[in-house]
Design a protein around this ligand. Structure first.
Ligand code: NAP
Ligand code: ZN
Length: 349
């Protein structure tokens, strides 16, 4: 076993603190990665604090991992020692259900194994990327084509990038489509960049007036302050698609009203408390749809990484040392991050 320094929460109320985990020695199909950078997703915070009521402790969060390959098993074909590689939210799935067969491992009928908190098949707990190294089977490791100097800004693509790319593709964001992105946080800012790169007309909805200029710089054609009823009313019944990334319970009708006939709003935000039930008549009268979406499959994650590398797209990040993580969580709760914290793993000593 490989001793690995990490940061863990021991209970829902304790701050994250130094901890040591054991990684398995790489098997024939495994890739061992020294972690260089790990993004800080709001799901990390939900998990560390047991907000989804399913956390196994100790909990080592982190599923936006970029690093360097330091060892490969004898059957590994696509990675060599020295390559840069990424790991996202999953490290395994059953591999034989209809969803896995279609490359949608995140919807595995038998439950995918999360990079952290993920012993779906009854195994030991999994520990995520707030750590120095990770061992992952090759089929769940991603290739990184970005320049080395941009690697830190690639890390958030492994969750925030794919979680927004997948639904934007699935619901056809592109030229001629009016697409709304709700919330300018880690997911939302990637949603704005990606929807813009796909050629859609992008409207950002934010509760933060201070983010208007950034929203436009990131690719929004228009920015709407969602607390301003007059601004909201000006967009009534006009959207083909709205991607809602908000991490807290809120009134969905305010956004469902903005969909045109047959439009869809997809929720990717996963708040601890349920949203108030939407008004049924808002859905019925315009055949509107309310949907959900979970990260994305490995094949699509690679497609997203390549799409971003070709266009020079990365995340806007604030680099932090490992021991800043508890402060970072408090700032994330106040929407005070532009727009993703990324841990420099060299600071975990
Ligand atoms: P984040 O960086 O904290 O961003 C969330 C944004 O939501 C904030 O920046 C803020 O944007 C807005 N917001 C926060 N509280 C709000 C409130 N009370 N009312 C209205 N807007 C509010 O979080 P994230 O990392 O992007 O994650 C967002 C959510 O997605 C989390 O719940 C996370 O667990 C979930 N998630 C889901 C998946 C999936 O597969 N479905 C994957 C990853 C993450 P403004 O300041 O612009 O209003
Ligand atoms: Zn995430």
């Amino acid at each position: 076993m490989i001793k690995t320094k990490a940061y863990a929460a021991q209970t829902a109320r304790s701050p994250l603190a130094p901890y040591e985990v054991l990684r398995r020695e790489p098997g024939p199909d495994d890739v061992q990665i020294d972690i260089l950078f790990c993004g800080v997703c709001h799901s990390d915070l939900h998990t560390a604090r047991n907000e989804w009521k399913n956390t196994l402790y100790p909990a080592v969060p982190g599923h936006e991992i970029v690093g360097r390959v330091v060892a490969v098993g004898k059957d590994v074909k696509n990675f060599q020692v020295g390559d840069f590689a990424g790991v996202g939210c999953m490290v395994d799935s059953c591999g034989h259900c209809p969803s896995c067969d279609e490359g949608e491992e995140q919807y595995c009928d038998n439950g995918f194994t999360g990079t952290y908190n993920g012993p779906v098949f009854g195994g030991e707990n999994t520990y995520g990327g707030y750590s120095q190294s990770v061992v992952v089977k090759e089929s769940f490791v991603l290739k990184i084509q970005h320049d080395e100097k941009d690697l830190a800004s690639v890390a958030p693509l492994l969750c925030a990038g794919i979680t927004t790319y997948s639904p934007l593709r699935h619901w056809g964001a592109g030229p001629g489509k009016k697409v709304g992105i709700v919330g300018l946080g880690g997911l939302g800012h990637m949603g704005v960049k990606l929807a813009h790169a796909m050629g859609a007309h992008v409207v950002l909805f934010t509760t933060s007036p201070g983010k208007v200029e950034d929203g436009k710089r990131l690719g929004a054609d228009e920015v709407c302050i969602s607390k301003d009823d007059a601004q909201m009313a000006s967009h009534a019944s006009s959207f083909d698609f709205i991607l809602n990334t908000v991490a807290a319970s809120h009134n969905l009708d305010a956004f469902l009203n903005l969909l045109k006939r047959d439009g869809t709003m997809t929720l990717v935000g996963a708040p601890a408390e349920p949203h108030p039930s939407p008004e049924v008549f808002n859905l019925i009268f315009k055949r509107r749809q309310l949907a959900g979406s979970l990260i994305g499959g490995i094949r699509e994650t690679q497609e997203m990484l390549d799409f971003c590398a070709q266009r020079g797209i990365g995340s806007d990040i604030e680099m932090i040392p490992m021991d800043y993580i508890n402060t970072a969580y408090e700032r994330m709760l106040k929407s005070d991050v532009k727009y993703r914290f990324v841990i420099d793993m060299a600071t975990l000593k």
